[in-house]
Ligand binder design. Structure first.
Ligand code: G1P
Length: 289
């Protein structure tokens, strides 16, 4: 029996400079795709994978993220008085079990590996998931659920992977691949943001991970990698050979919502997937293209 996967870490300390001025006074993870903030997509996806405890690694100016998952007592009382069951229903996904969401602060922006290390007390000795809310996946089965199922099959570490154009390898963590059955691929090495000429493959990691707690010990050494940051990818690379490590080609479409064009594409794709909006969106798109 695998140790059950119940914990998720959500690094949300980034400054969101690519979305200024929108993110001047607001966390970028609060930007909505259609009508739901990015952070809520991540929490709902985690829940659907059996996650029960959440830790957001936040920073200054991110209090809205905490508020969002609280009960908005006055709002709900007013909606109830007005019999607005539709609006009350819309609030449901933004409520979490009392005591199930913690936050820790990453006081200094030293990189993703450092952010995850900041959650070490929360992680303890348990396997844990990481969701990067910028990466949004539209799929039949929620992406993290696909990873959790793969973890139950293989044990050890599992990361979501997708083939990218070779000229984009310098944007991602890249796999050196071993045995590959077309869905699950053995990870033999990991490199953070290699130049296309140095990349061991074009199989890249997206922001969904199931990791073993031992990664924390490696991150704790605070070794600097690409961009002079403490890289999660480098910490994970140290696990290879000691524990199972697999990449999973997930089913679904990934949108990079940290990028303006990716974010806009996500708006369109998610709106078209909504029965209440699809017709209207399709109709107006014709006007522009
Ligand atoms: C991070 C990781 C990278 C991964 C990517 C997925 O990079 O460091 O390995 O491929 O997320 O989105 P970032 O996007 O923070 O530069």
């Amino acid at each position: 029996m695998r140790k059950p996967l119940r914990k998720a870490v959500l690094p949300v300390a980034g400054l969101g400079t690519r979305f200024l001025p929108a993110t001047k006074a607001m966390a970028k993870e609060m930007l909505p795709v259609v009508d739901k903030p990015l952070i809520q997509y991540a929490i709902e996806e985690a829940r659907a994978a059996g996650i029960e405890q959440f830790c957001m690694v936040t920073g200054r100016g991110k209090t809205a993220l905490v508020e969002h998952f609280d009960i908005a007592f006055e709002l709900e009382a007013t909606l109830r008085q007005r019999n607005r069951t539709d609006a009350l229903e819309a609030l449901k996904g933004s409520q979490v079990e009392p005591g199930s969401m913690l936050t820790v602060r990453q006081q200094v922006p030293l990189g993703l590996g450092h952010a995850i290390w900041c959650a070490r007390a929360f992680i303890g000795d348990d396997p844990f998931a990481i969701l990067l809310p910028d990466d949004l996946v539209l799929s039949e089965t929620p992406c993290l659920k696909q990873l959790a199922d793969a973890y139950n099959e293989t044990g050890g570490n599992v990361v979501a992977v997708v083939e990218v154009p070779r000229e984009h390898t310098n944007r991602y963590g890249i796999l050196k691949t071993g045995k590959d059955d077309g869905r699950l691929v053995e990870v033999q090495g990991l490199v953070e943001k290699p130049a296309p000429a140095d990349a061991p493959s074009n199989l890249s990691i997206i922001g969904r991970y199931v990791l073993m707690p031992e990664v924390i010990g490696h991150l704790a050494k605070m070794e600097r990698g690409a961009g002079n940051e403490v890289q999660l990818t480098d910490g994970m690379a140290k696990l290879i050979g000691n524990q199972p490590f697999h990449g999973l080609r997930y089913e679904g479409i990934r949108f990079d919502c940290g990028d303006k064009a990716g974010f806009l594409e996500a708006q369109i794709a998610f709106a078209l997937a909504r029965p209440d909006l699809a017709d209207a969106v399709r109709a107006f798109l014709h006007k522009y293209v």
